[in-house]
Design a protein around this ligand. Structure first.
Ligand SMILES: Cc1ncc(C[n+]2csc(CCOP(=O)(O)OP(=O)(O)O)c2C)c(N)n1
Ligand SMILES: [Mg+2]
Length: 322
């Protein structure tokens, strides 16, 4: 361990697994983007690159009885929950072997067996779905409902209805706001009054704003929030400050971002931060390099298998595209 570092990783082995997951998410997004540019991906895509620490940090604390609602920027949410990466890639490629038989595409992935009750294209829709799930879970298994959503969702009316409803009924609901500073092409300050966390707090819902580039910080905040929720106290809210490295969707180059902003966020890349911390705390560099090679090989194999997978029965590639 270097002299300047202090130990922050409570479970080195677990963070090794998280490191692998974050690498897989980043590599998955790079792969989807390259396949998209070759015309192999059906429908649009919204990539999660840069935000990996949020999904992996939160998912590392979830139980089998919990249920999660993701957004259209949901590949990372799905992978962190354990959705089969090959099936997820095949879904992007419109193949019959996709997690939803090639019919959902990037934006609408659902995998109940992995606790993923849906990926929602309606901004804030995940909050309504997770609130409903929390209502059901309170009456059945005792799990918690989890919603991921963006900063833009905070200005939707039904978000306030859900917050109010969940707080009044003390529903087991964890709300995770991924504040990546933009809603499509608009900086969030331009459309959002006050502090995001002030809104849940006004209803007595505990809320924290944390560094969303640091997976251990996200995990620690999520652990506090989940403890509140599992104890039957009603909902809790985490705002993770993060950044999407690419444009809003497919071909958006993100030209509306001030010069240097991307570089500033990249300097605190969540994967590099974790790698440095793992090494500082005793994880062998050679073991990390082996994981990196393994993920890279896995992605190459996935690409080959995905492109060779069959389309849904009766449809040619051209028919499918139309
Ligand atoms: C109800 C609704 N209004 C508008 C849109 C169009 N739209 C799609 S994504 C988006 C921006 C959402 O930004 P944010 O919630 O910050 O999520 P991010 O894309 O940054 O992850 C908008 C306005 C939509 N899909 N749903
Ligand atoms: Mg946003």
């Amino acid at each position: 361990m270097s002299e300047t570092s202090t130990r922050v990783l409570d479970d080195l082995e677990l963070y090794g697994v998280i490191y692998r997951q974050m690498l897989l998410i980043r590599g998955f997004e790079d792969l989807v983007q390259s396949l998209f540019l070759k015309g192999e991906v059906y429908g649009t895509t919204h990539l999660y690159s840069g935000q990996e620490a949020v999904a992996t940090g939160v998912a590392s604390l979830l139980e089998g009885r919990d249920r999660v609602a993701a957004t259209y920027r949901g590949h990372g949410h799905a992978l962190a929950l354990g959705v089969d990466p090959q099936a997820l890639l095949d879904e992007m490629l419109g193949r019959a072997t996709g997690v939803n038989g090639g019919r959902a595409g990037s934006m609408n992935v659902t995998s109940p067996a992995d606790r993923l009750i849906g990926s929602f294209g309606i901004v804030g829709g995940s909050i309504a779905a997770a609130t409903g799930a929390a209502l059901a879970l309170k009456r059945t298994t005792g799990g918690i409902g989890v919603a991921y959503f963006g900063d833009g969702a905070m200005n939707q009316g039904y978000v306030f209805e859900c917050l109010n409803f969940a707080q009044v009924l003390k529903l087991p609901l964890l709300l995770v706001c991924e504040n990546n500073r933009y809603g499509e092409y608009t900086p969030f300050e331009a459309v959002t009054a006050g502090e995001i966390r002030g809104r849940p707090e006004s209803m007595g819902v505990p809320a924290e704003t944390v560094d969303g580039m640091s997976v251990w910080t996200v995990r620690a905040a999520a652990a506090r929030a989940i403890a509140h929720v599992r104890a039957g106290n009603g909902p809790a809210f985490v705002e993770a400050l993060t950044y999407r490295y690419v444009g809003h969707s497919r071909s958006d180059p993100g030209a509306y971002r001030p010069e240097g902003e991307l570089a500033e966020w990249r300097a605190r890349d969540p994967i590099v931060l974790l790698r440095t911390q793992l090494e500082d705390e005793g994880f062998a560099g050679s073991a990390l390099a082996a994981v990196e090679q393994e993920v890279s090989d896995q992605l190459e194999q996935m690409r080959e298998r995905g492109l060779a997978a069959p389309f849904p029965s009766g449809l040619t590639a051209t028919e499918f595209k139309d």
